[in-house]
Design a protein around this ligand. Sequence first.
Ligand code: S3P
Length: 423
Amino acid sequence: MQIHGTVRVPGDKSITHRGLLFGALARGRTHIGGALTSLDARSTARVLRQLGVTISPLGPDRLVTVQGRSRFRRPEGRLHCGNSGTTTRLLLGLLAAHRFRATLTGDASLRRRPMRRVTAPLVAMGATVTAGPADGLPLEILGGRLRPLRHELPVASAQLKSALLLAGVAGGVEVALREPAPTRDHTERLLRAFGYTLETRDGWLHFAPTGRLEPFDLQVPGDPSSAAFLVGAAALAEGGELRLTGVGLNPTRTGFLAIVGRMGAAVHVEAGADQVGEPVGDLIARPAALRATDVSPREVAGAIDEIPLLAVLAARAEGTTRFRDCGELRVKESDRLALMAENLRTVGVEAEVQGDDLLVTGTDAPPVGPVRTAGDHRIAMAFAVLGTVPGARIRVDDPACAAVSFPGFHDLLRSVRAPARRA
Ligand code: S3P
């Protein structure tokens, strides 16, 4: 397979969610260009509309307009967050400071995901949460007058960190947090732009409500987590070169580039100008012979969404790759730790879970067999990439679930594999 072309991946999922949520609480008109229009982004827009925010339809190449209000309206009915953990957790932070009851739910995958990590500190701040015996959705939150919070996060999670910072914003109180490992910092960057104080001292992040949310213009960069799948396809190709333009290069998101680089992948980064506080540039990826590597717990935290893709690259690398301390993968859109190992074995790759580590041994044999996604977009895309190697015969049970984060993924992957046109 040859790879070729210059493509732009859809807008960043994390930044799109944050743009919509921040715009929703800024009284006046916010404009978001390059917003992701995937199912997850639509979930955020849908629940915000139920809370009284006017948001123009999300569509490819359409500028999104958010008519924000400084306080949300009590919603009619349940807030259905679809498949989106980011929507649920960040919204919980904002709702903690609103004095009405709201019930949040989601699809079967989201209902199983842990919420106590977010609700326990929000309760400590003054919110009231009513949930079932299991740690998940549905749950009801009644916001209140919030107290300041000082909290050590039990897991490295940008969703948790952001939820608590947003509670600080909506409740007008100080929040001090300590993360076990650095995670994406889009929330902090946006808050600083609005004049909020965010300082790191002695390993603690200190937030003070010194700012004010105002309507803004945001241009969302391409999602590096989406770009990673195409970088992976380029690495596994037999020739050619792929350029990905306008990709977000925030260092808290590009951990996967260091890992694939160590595996021997040829990825060149062409840094461009910053876009509203976020570094952006092009990635140029070429095929390469891959070798195994050891991925540390800190690296796992910094490339948490890219582990499924890295695991399929490890399946084509010489030697055994170990991903250390991947326990968080068990509570993503699926149990990615178990499901990656199971699917790799089904298609003929040696893979096992040891404690919280994932071990994958590379092979040259063509991967053949069925893949069970459990509706998990990143599992579907990772195995679609593995399915591009010569002789592969992989049948992904639900390829369409890629639309959760990357609408048009399969068409884009096909288009960059078409024979190169002569100049
Ligand atoms: C996200 C944080 C990560 C990531 C998710 C998006 C965010 O989740 O997996 O896709 O936008 O803050 P965790 O915070 O649960 O690790």
